[in-house]
Design a protein. Structure first.
Length: 140
């Protein structure tokens, strides 16, 4: 397998095995004109198996979304073929328009223009609560 190194862009590393396609869809990487490489089930000493995504273009990335999907992800920023920065992501304290409230009586169900806002209530169990009705949501 030959995957070229990237000159300017990102390497999203330490993705839990099998989660790379979810990140690919949420970030809208299919709409990019640049090269995007997805490496699934790569061997990892620390994790056993992991996924990696390489993006050969600098684009705006939603770090809150990445942290919500997989808080153990690391983001390597590449410029001129070299890593210039490495960010360790974590669960965001607040997510907006990433998940939808399941409570049929929540105001977000009838007010279409209202943002879906969730606040982290239990980091250990990864539980978020709707800002408006406090309905709990736990990601898969």
């Amino acid at each position: 397998m030959n995957i070229d190194s990237i000159q300017n862009g990102y390497v999203i590393d330490h993705i839990r095995a099998g989660r790379s396609m979810e990140i690919y869809r949420y970030l809208g990487l299919d709409a990019l004109e640049c090269s995007v490489a997805i490496i699934k089930n790569a061997k990892s000493e620390r994790m056993g198996r992991k996924d990696i995504i390489k993006i050969d273009q600098e684009i705006p990335l939603n770090l809150e979304l990445l942290g919500y999907i997989d808080p153990d992800v690391t983001l390597n920023i590449i410029r001129d073929g070299r890593r210039v920065d490495k960010k360790h992501l974590a669960l965001p304290q607040r997510v907006v328009n990433v998940i939808r409230c399941k409570n049929p009586r929540c105001i977000t169900q009838c007010e279409q223009g209202l943002d879906q806002v969730f606040v982290l209530s239990d980091a250990g169990r990864r539980v978020y609560r709707c800002l408006y009705c406090e309905t709990a949501h736990k990601p898969d």
